[in-house]
Design a protein around this ligand. Structure first.
Ligand code: ADP
Ligand code: MG
Ligand code: MG
Length: 252
């Protein structure tokens, strides 16, 4: 069973400390949601876990299946089963969606275990139809000219094709209308199994009506300040974040 352990993680960007002692543990079969105000470090956490070079870890440790994640190169993290659906996916000209996906899948599977072209095409067709994506998207350059919602669907397509064991979804709901949100949530729910764990980062409770989390964490000022079940997300939706700030004596 996959296992991600984040222990007292601190990270900074350009001398500004953003993550200030993050603790979180995710196991296969679990869906964790992180909610929090804008600018609190949610995307920084996601990028730091994936190994983005902009962020410098100053303290703490992260283990994936007992192994030191922070010691791994970006591609090794992917091979270890970690995946990030990004809040702002980048556009890559000259690389088609399907070429990108095939190399990502093969990087995960490793040498000598590459997916056959037939199987790849079959899987891609199936998953694109689940996500209600037009087949033209497979031949277009990665995210180039995609709308915000199309980029989000494409991130989920990548996740469904790569079949990671720990999936981080950063604000996958932003820019999606309600129909697209349901389609994306279906794709995620289809992937919920005992051997896969999820971290769903979201600003709004709405997404969690469609992807039911087991645990909800509130992140403020670079750390988790409160954890609970789905009822915590509902209270945040109804009352905002102020009551937590008061409870904890946090100033803006
Ligand atoms: P969230 O995802 O919770 O909205 P972020 O992780 O995106 O928050 O940002 C946390 C803090 O880090 C913010 O104060 C933001 O301005 C800062 N930050 C993020 N990226 C950069 C960057 N490239 N350069 C400088 N500061 C940054
Ligand atoms: Mg933000
Ligand atoms: Mg963010």
């Amino acid at each position: 069973i996959p296992h991600l352990q984040i222990k007292n993680l601190r990270a900074k960007i350009e001398d500004k400390e953003i993550l200030k002692g993050m603790n979180l543990e995710i196991k296969g079969g679990e869906v964790h949601a992180i909610m929090g105000p804008n600018g609190t470090g949610k995307s920084t956490l996601a990028s730091t876990l994936m190994g983005h070079p902009k962020f410098e870890v100053t303290e703490g440790e992260v283990l994936i299946n007992g192994e030191d994640l922070l010691d791994m190169a970006v591609d090794e993290r992917a091979r270890a089963g970690l995946f990030l659906a990004m809040q702002y996916p980048s556009e890559v000209s000259g690389v088609t969606n399907s070429d990108f996906l095939r190399s990502a899948i093969n990087a995960r599977r490793g040498e000598g275990n590459e997916i056959s072209l037939m199987k790849f095409i079959r899987e891609m067709d199936k998953k694109m139809s689940t996500l209600e994506m037009d087949e033209s998207f497979s031949h277009r350059y990665l995210n180039e000219g995609f709308s915000g919602g199309e980029k989000k669907r494409n991130e989920i397509l990548q996740m469904m094709m790569i079949e990671p064991s720990i999936c981080i979804l950063d604000e996958i709901d932003s820019g999606l209308d309600i129909d697209a949100l349901k389609v994306v949530a279906n794709g995620v729910n289809e992937m919920r199994t005992a051997d896969r764990g999820f971290l769903i980062i979201t600003h709004y409770q709405r997404l969690l009506n469609y992807i039911k989390p087991d645990f909800v964490h509130v992140m403020m000022q670079g750390r988790i300040v409160k954890s609970g079940g789905p009822e915590l997300a509902e209270r945040l939706e109804a009352e905002g974040y102020d009551w937590i700030k008061e409870e904890l004596g946090i100033e803006d």
